[in-house]
Design a protein around this ligand. Sequence first.
Ligand SMILES: NC(=O)C1=CN([C@@H]2O[C@H](COP(=O)(O)OP(=O)(O)OC[C@H]3O[C@@H](n4cnc5c(N)ncnc54)[C@H](O)[C@@H]3O)[C@@H](O)[C@H]2O)C=CC1
Ligand SMILES: O=C([O-])CC(=O)C(=O)O
Length: 336
Amino acid sequence: MFATRNAIKIAARSFSTASPLQSKVAVLGAAGGIGQPLSLLLKTNPRVTELGLYDIHNTPGVAADIGHINTLSQVSGYTAKDQDGLKKALEGAELVVIPAGVPRKPGMTRDDLFNTNAGIVRDLAQACAEVCPKAKLLIISNPVNSTVPIATEVFKKAGVYDAKKIFGVTSLDLVRASRFVGEKLGKITEVPVVGGHAGVTIIPLFSQVSGLSLTDAERDALTHRVQFGGDEVVKAKDGAGSATLSMAYAGARFADSLLRAEAGEDVLEWAFVRTDLFKNEGLEFFSTYVKLDKNGVKEILPLPQNISEYEKELVKKAIPELKKSETKGVSFVGNN
Ligand SMILES: NC(=O)C1=CN([C@@H]2O[C@H](COP(=O)(O)OP(=O)(O)OC[C@H]3O[C@@H](n4cnc5c(N)ncnc54)[C@H](O)[C@@H]3O)[C@@H](O)[C@H]2O)C=CC1
Ligand SMILES: O=C([O-])CC(=O)C(=O)O
């Protein structure tokens, strides 16, 4: 389950500047709080040559607006009213990013979004399986711990499943952990975050950050802040939704990592993927260290051997929670 740390190389963190390959990125839910700034950031990425934006409404306006930005990529926007709008957005896509669905309000858990978002993700994944089965899917819609198993089951049913290409985007947890530790260290450094994307399933590995020394109380507080960073934003937005801008940044960063890997760079990321790491515990999905190549996941690395006892306990606590969400997602597709 754990490996030595020396195999692990931290990915560079600036956006791409190299000349582009042909890479179409589709964004489903593109007119939303995340969708709009995410589409904006993707428009500024020189590796993206085409953007296909889809939402149930408002996408043509977003596409027209972003389309005036003076980078070379082409932008088109479709809604549910356009004939074959979803199909047109997806055709030829290398990456499909999915932030479609409802966000939390104060007092809700991510799992409370399941009833609405499970069906949305299932239907969008079905369209991806039909139109662009070889595209990489980046799932942002919550609850990620269930929506990734949902998309996986849809692809399996359609006979086009490739575990290397379906990702739950947990990058915002990494961005938050890096920022919160940065406040302490006075410099920005990468902080691995593993597990899942909800409460106690979010596990920051502070033991892996060189130069960081925390008292037990500081470690507990920092861990809690990363695990419940989403709630901090939901509370501050006071009914107007959850994190959108930081999520757009994190999602664009993860998309950029996949595009870099597509172009032949060695990239290490953290993402919620299908893995055998916890096979003995009956768990199929876990966010861990993932080496990327042009096909998506090249290699899944075990957790570092030298993580702390405290972090090992967090992993143990997360497993039953993850398992519950996974089963719920799998059953949803089985029963619907
Ligand atoms: N993975 C992560 O770290 C994070 C995930 N999220 C999740 O992302 C999702 C979106 O959040 P926001 O953008 O703030 O919500 P939002 O409500 O602002 O935007 C969602 C968009 O999805 C669209 N949509 C709904 N059904 C659709 C369908 N069938 N096809 C295409 N588009 C559809 C809506 O029209 C809307 O424009 C939520 O589920 C939220 O919980 C939010 C922050 C972080
Ligand atoms: O908290 C939420 O509901 C949105 C989210 O996933 C996050 O900000 O991490």
